[in-house]
Ligand binder design. Structure first.
Ligand code: ARG
Length: 259
C-alpha cells in the first residue's frame, strides 16, 4: 500500500496535469482553420437566444453561430456551461468564442475582446401584477437576477433597494418570483417576454421599467485579433446577405440588430 507522502505527490501531479490541459493558449484563426472546427461556448438556459428544446441546443445565437461557422467553412462544436464562467474559459483556451448575450461593458472589455454586437436589447424590471415594476417601487423590495450579469451593479445602485439576490440562471429567478422568494426579477426584455409567453404567464407577470440598454456581443480571448476580425467580417456579411434577418425573424418576428 502506498505511504501517504507518495500518495500526496501522485495527487498533486494529477492535479497539475489537469490544470495544464485545461489552460491551453487560445487557438489562433490559422489553428482553427487547420483543425476545421470552431468551438463556440454558450449557456443553454437563456431562451430564445440559447436554450434547450427537448435535448437539442437551439436559439437565435445557436443559429447565428452555426451560420458563422458555415460561412467560414468550419464545423461548429458547441460547449455548454454556466454563464458566470463563460468569459474566463475563453482566455484559458477552452473554446474559441462565446455567444451568450453578453453586454459590452468596460469591465468585461478588460478581460476579453468583444465582437461587433449581434443585437441590442433592454434590461427590465419584472414583477407580478401589483408588484414593483419601477426603480422607485423597488425601495425595500428584493430583486432576483442571474449571477455574473451586467445588471447586478445597476440593480445594487438603485436607492433603498431591499436586496439583490443572484440565481444560477433566469428560469430559477422566474421560479423564485412565482413563489414569492423575490419581489421582482431583472433580465433582458426579449428573454422575459419569451419565458412568460412560453409558461403562459403574460397576464399575471408584467414587464416594467427599462434599467439599461445593452449592445449584446460575442467575445474572443484577449488579443485574438485574426479570429476576431474573421468573425466580425463574417457577421457583417450575414447581416448584409439576408441570413441574419431570416434568423432574427424566425425567433423574434422582427430584426433585432442594433439600430
Ligand atoms: N445581458 C446580460 C449580461 O450581459 C445577461 C446575459 C445572460 N446570458 C445568458 N446566456 N444567460 O450580463
Amino acid at each position: 500500500r502506498m505511504s501517504s507522502l507518495p500518495r500526496v505527490a501522485a495527487c498533486l501531479a494529477a492535479a497539475l496535469t489537469l490544470t495544464a490541459t485545461a489552460t491551453a493558449a487560445p487557438r489562433t484563426l490559422a489553428q482553427i482553420q487547420a483543425a476545421g472546427t470552431l468551438r463556440l461556448a454558450t449557456e443553454g438556459a437563456f431562451p430564445p437566444f440559447n436554450f434547450y428544446q427537448q435535448k437539442a441546443l437551439v436559439g437565435f445565437e445557436v443559429d447565428l453561430g452555426n451560420a458563422l461557422g458555415k460561412a467560414l467553412n468550419l464545423k461548429v462544436e458547441w460547449v455548454v456551461q454556466p454563464f458566470d464562467g463563460l468569459l474566463i474559459g475563453l482566455n484559458q483556451g477552452r473554446y474559441d468564442a462565446v455567444m451568450a448575450s453578453h453586454a459590452i461593458t468596460p469591465e468585461r472589455q478588460k478581460a476579453v475582446d468583444f465582437l461587433n454586437p449581434h443585437y441590442c436589447s433592454t434590461v427590465n424590471i419584472v414583477a407580478k401584477k401589483g408588484g414593483p415594476l419601477t426603480r422607485a417601487a423597488l425601495a425595500g423590495k428584493t430583486v432576483g437576477t442571474q449571477i455574473g450579469t451586467a445588471q447586478i451593479p445597476i440593480l445594487q445602485a438603485i436607492p433603498n433597494i431591499g436586496g439583490v439576490k443572484t440565481f444560477p440562471n433566469d428560469p430559477a429567478v422566474l421560479t423564485a418570483l412565482q413563489s414569492g422568494r423575490v419581489d421582482a426579477w431583472s433580465s433582458n426584455g426579449p428573454v422575459v417576454a419569451y419565458m412568460l409567453k412560453q409558461t403562459g404567464q403574460q397576464k399575471n407577470i408584467l414587464i416594467g421599467e427599462t434599467i439599461s440598454n445593452e449592445r449584446n456581443a460575442g467575445a474572443v480571448a484577449r488579443n485574438n485579433t485574426a479570429l476576431r476580425a474573421a468573425l466580425n467580417t463574417t457577421l457583417a456579411r450575414l447581416m448584409n446577405d439576408g441570413t441574419y434577418l431570416k434568423i432574427s425573424q424566425q425567433w423574434f418576428g422582427q430584426d433585432i440588430r442594433c439600430k
